[in-house]
Unconditional design. Structure first.
Length: 587
């Protein structure tokens, strides 16, 4: 176990691969590093000048050439350092933008099953918080790390030339520093990974509560959600305090090592100056170079701790990038959609051993209306998910005519479908944005108004001060349920689908709104292959075929009259909802 943990601690390859896959500009990076070297070289000149100034102090020794060299070194160091920092930050920002672009592209092609199994707040946290950790490492700490390494190496070389005996003393600090940093680094990695996970959970809570704040207030659940949020805050506090303890150990221990080293150097160097083996100028230069090693050591320590955080964030980012995408290997387009949709012996379960659909077989005739009714939890909405290819059945097939719908590209197949649900999903934006959503082409004002008119949405839209440019709010919260539903229908009309899927499209509306929406749906259904999920039988009594679902099976099929005569549970539904008096029927 310990061995595995050790291997996990030192495995920085995924991070390097993630950065390299973002394709940073090698030219810009090379120039930045070259300028960093120039900065360090220029900085190395200053102690040498100081050494000569102390050893041979006189106005004559401070000639024009040496002064010009010193001034030039300082100017070069300042300019090169500034440009180098900017270029390295430019590379860092570009890298993180590349990672976020890859992550965003990946999130859009992940299957619906991923989002059913993962909270949206967790995914948002990976996109924002985790990439921010990587960004902080590259833009805030990588510059100091690279320049620090160059400064330390350059100073070491000069120190060896000045006095190799005293330089060897510096190497005493290396094993001491590693002995301190290595075990603490492993703990930092574990803590930072836990903090990222807890941040994701806390983001999920915020996302859920704030997006459903009306439900929270209506249910008097403020106190409950406060406790839930406070628990997350306390957990983050605990992780933060653990991280602070590690940093509180690293910083003073490294400072202690450096301080002891400085005292030893001063003591030993003073002895060598007294014996004449070393000049006073050499000792001053040595100490100045020592500071050019000590100062970057602090930057390296900061980089080291941040790097451990970035490794944890990288694991979470890579876990998303490695998720399986929606299977879409075909480029074939739907040529003839005016064919029957055949569902053949479908079996499906979300979890192994818990079948939702069991041996489902039926046919949806082209241009006809097929209704699906039955009690809640019988698999009706799951069937729609299979038809839209959000999921794949474990057994059986769905065909258009005699060709499997999986033979078509996702884009081509889904473009044939218009979907209107009871939730009438709207995006934050204007009414125009929502009606035209996903079309990918310019929509004329005439087309827009015609779709709104056929959806019976034109009247309430014209009464709004901004008309089609009215903001609907988050998830359309500024509009009524009936208005949202009519906008969703207008969107489907503008899309002009060949296959229409209506999932409880009027179940949440009042009777007045339902009448208007039903008229709009009649316009939408005209001439299209239509599947309807409905609890209200009044909306489907005129369907060409009605399928009755019970516990994942089809237990009845036929017209309203046929099912009323032959199917006991359908007859119960009809009596309760349509208030049909017991007729004299032969069962």
């Amino acid at each position: 176990m310990k061995k595995g943990e050790k291997e996990k601690r030192v495995d920085w390859r995924p991070f390097i691969q993630l950065i390299s896959q973002a394709k940073p500009s090698k030219i810009v990076l090379f120039i930045a590093l070259l300028l960093s070297v120039s900065t360090t070289v220029a900085g190395l000149v200053v102690p040498l000048f100081t050494k000569n100034l102390i050893n041979h102090f006189s106005f004559h020794s401070m000639g024009t050439g040496k002064i010009a060299l010193l001034v030039g070194a300082i100017i070069v160091q300042a300019i090169a350092g500034g440009v180098s920092v900017y270029l390295l930050n430019h590379v860092g920002q570009t890298v993180v933008a590349g990672i976020r672009e890859r992550l965003w592209k990946k999130l859009l092609v992940l299957p619906v099953s991923y989002y059913d199994e993962h909270q949206s707040g967790d995914t948002v946290s990976r996109m924002t918080n985790d990439t921010a950790v990587v960004k902080s490492l590259i833009t805030d700490h990588l510059t100091g790390f690279l320049t620090g390494i160059i400064s330390i190496v350059g100073s070491m070389i000069v120190l060896f030339l000045l006095d190799w005996r005293m330089t060897l003393l510096i190497f005493i600090a290396v094993p001491l520093a590693l002995a301190v940093l290595m075990p603490l680094g492993g703990k930092m990695h574990k803590i930072s990974k836990g903090m990222q996970d807890e941040t994701a959970r806390f983001t999920s809570i915020l996302n859920q509560v704030l997006s459903e704040v009306r439900l929270v207030k209506a249910s008097n659940a403020e106190n409950k959600e406060y406790k839930s949020g406070k628990k997350g805050i306390v957990q983050l506090l605990q992780f933060g305090l653990k991280e602070a303890k590690i940093q509180a150990l690293i910083t003073p221990l490294v400072s202690l090592v450096v301080m002891v080293l400085l005292v030893v150097i001063l003591g030993y160097g003073g002895m060598r100056v007294s014996s004449g083996a070393l000049t006073a100028g050499d000792l001053v230069a040595f100490i100045m170079y020592l500071f050019q090693i000590v100062m970057p050591m602090g930057q390296l320590t900061m980089f080291f701790t941040q790097f451990q955080k970035a490794l944890g964030a990288t694991e979470r980012i890579i876990s998303i990038l490695n998720e399986e995408e929606e299977e879409d290997v075909s480029s074939q387009t739907v040529q003839n959609v005016d064919q029957s949709i055949k569902v053949n012996n479908i079996q499906f379960s979300y979890k192994e051993g818990e079948e939702v659909l069991k041996d489902i077989t039926f046919e949806v005739e082209a241009g006809k209306v097929t209704a699906i009714v039955g009690p809640s939890g019988s698999g009706k909405t799951t069937l729609f998910s299979l038809l839209e290819r959000f999921y794949r059945p474990q057994k059986g097939s769905i065909t258009l005519g005699n060709q499997s719908i999986n033979d078509f590209s996702l884009q081509s197949w889904r473009s044939q479908i218009g979907y209107v649900s009871q939730e009438s999903s709207l995006i934050s934006g204007t009414i125009r944005d929502n009606i035209c959503y996903g079309l990918g082409r310019e929509v004329s004002e005439e087309e827009l108004k015609n779709a709104a008119r056929m959806a019976y949405a034109d009247q309430f839209i014209e009464e709004l001060p901004a008309g089609f440019d009215t903001e609907v709010g988050e998830r359309g919260i500024k509009l009524s349920g009936g208005q949202r539903q009519r906008i969703a229908i207008a969107r489907a009309l503008l899309r002009n689908p060949n296959i229409l899927m209506l999932d409880e499209a009027t179940s949440s509306l009042d009777s007045k709104s339902e009448i208007v929406v039903q008229k709009a749906l009649q316009n939408l259904m005209s001439g299209r292959t239509t599947l309807i999920i409905a609890h209200r039988l009044s909306t489907v009594v005129d369907a060409d075929k009605i399928l009755f679902f019970e516990k994942g099976r089809i237990t009845g099929s036929g017209t309203h009259d046929e099912l009323f005569r032959t199917h006991n549970m359908y007859r119960e539904f009809a009596k309760q909802q349509l208030r049909i008096h017991e007729p004299s029927v032969n069962i």
